[in-house]
Design a protein around this ligand. Structure first.
Ligand code: ARG
Ligand code: ZN
Length: 421
């Protein structure tokens, strides 16, 4: 149901993931918000992870009067985990009563209006979450429609052979500085590619209305970095995070633990089955390697790197590998706070600004630390988009546009800082 001139052919690969595998259902699984102020509460959360296979989705320590963690509880563990918490008297609320229901409700099918009226000759909308072929079809539309502004380049292939496509948006001015943007490092964080393509759309369709700072920057977008994981999260497991590397026992490497600055330190796992598995070595994965090689070889004058994730509403800067900050942290903090204020003015949504390692938790091998530490890009941020846990990863698609609009305010502030850098 897309116009005939748009190619919607999927890349020619044999989908090993799909063959013979049923998609995973999460009926009865829950998201709990657990108090995280006292040491006993923290110990109890650690026990939940060990004994009941409960996993942490989000942590809110600052900006909120009551610190809490969001913990994902499998359906089979709900009763035992509940008794455990009641026994040790740790306060908690059930935020999502049925994860499968949230999954079923986040992405309603396109209605006829979306299908036939809101599209300008491309398959993309910002009222639902789209598969990779729609996103690629949209990039093709852009390069065809705005050839003087938009160009495309394949910087490599994923482990299953899908292309990694970078879109450059530039007025061609040779003195421009450059900004790198990636989305979808983590498969299940669907709002990230949606917002990155929203930014692209705002730029391309209304380029002359953008700020002078924006117009005088070369923008490089990789809307979906973890292409295999993203597709897998649509076809098989909505909550998949890592890439799709087949390890000995389990599948997947956490691409945001695989970058080469302080690789393998705190917050990164050596266990292939862990959600934060760092891989067999720094840049062991084709997806991170492609980004590294592209940025290292590029002649562009990069001053910033922006990595979009969800969720938690954070603007994070280095370092992430430890509770430390770089020498110019005051600059990163000031720009981050100005951006957060601008975002709040647009939508009323509050974003917390701070260094990644101390605001969240230390996690080494991240894209942000590598951009700052190895590449020396001055401004390096990880943005955790909406929300703060009500819907978590299953942010309803009707929040894509407002998330995109507040992120555009972020982009204007970053562009201004970069043009002065
Ligand atoms: N939620 C992100 C992750 O776990 C945060 C990354 C922040 N940056 C960092 N280098 N730790 O990947
Ligand atoms: Zn993420």
């Amino acid at each position: 149901a897309v116009p005939a001139d748009i190619s919607t052919e999927p890349p020619v690969i044999f989908d090993k993931d799909r063959a013979g595998i049923e998609s995973i259902k999460y009926d009865g699984a829950q998201l709990w918000r657990i108090a995280y102020s006292e040491q006993e509460y923290k110990n109890a959360v650690a026990e939940l992870q060990k004994q009941f296979q409960v996993s942490m989705w989000n942590l809110q320590m600052t900006n909120i009067t009551q610190p809490y963690v969001d913990m994902f509880v499998k359906s089979a563990m709900v009763d035992d985990a509940r008794s455990f918490l009641e026994n040790v008297r740790v306060p908690f609320d059930v935020v999502i009563n049925d994860i499968q229901e949230a999954i079923n409700n986040e992405n309603p099918p396109l209605d006829d209006t979306d299908l036939w009226q809101n599209r300008n000759g491309h398959p993309m909308t910002w009222t639902s979450y789209h598969r990779l072929t729609d996103i690629f079809g949209y990039l093709d539309y852009l390069t065809k429609t705005f050839p003087d502004l938009c160009s495309q380049q394949e910087i490599g292939k994923s482990i299953q052979g899908r292309p990694l496509k970078v879109l450059r948006v530039s007025n061609g001015n040779p003195t421009n500085k450059a900004i790198w943007i990636d989305g979808g490092i983590h498969a299940r964080e669907w709002i990230s590619p949606a917002v990155v393509t929203f930014i692209i759309d705002s730029f391309a369709e209304n380029w002359n209305e953008q700020s002078q700072d924006i117009q005088n920057i070369d923008w490089y977008f990789l809307p979906v970095m973890n292409v295999d994981g993203y597709e897998y999260s649509h076809t098989n497991d909505r909550l998949w995070r890592k890439n799709r590397r087949r390890n000995s026992v389990c599948t997947g490497v956490d691409l945001n633990r695989n970058y080469g600055y302080k690789w393998g330190g705190q917050g990164a796992s050596r266990q292939p089955c862990a959600e934060t598995f760092a891989g067999s070595s720094a840049f062991s994965e084709p997806e991170t390697k492609a980004v590294r090689d592209f940025l290292v070889k590029s002649a562009a004058n990069f001053k910033a790197s922006l990595s979009f994730h969800s969720y938690g509403q954070y603007i994070l800067y280095p370092w992430g590998y430890d509770r430390k900050v770089p020498p110019d942290h005051a600059d990163l903090d000031a720009v981050g706070k100005e951006a957060a204020e601008a975002m709040k003015k647009v939508s009323g949504f509050h974003y917390t600004v701070g260094p990644a390692g101390s605001s969240l938790y230390p996690a080494s091998g991240g894209s942000d630390d590598w951009a700052k530490g190895t590449m020396k890009f001055k401004y390096s941020y990880t943005v955790e988009l909406r929300d703060t846990g009500r819907h978590g990863f299953m942010l309803p698609a009707d929040q894509i546009i407002s998330s995109g609009q507040e992120t555009m305010a972020f982009m204007r502030v970053i562009a201004k800082a970069v043009s002065k850098a």
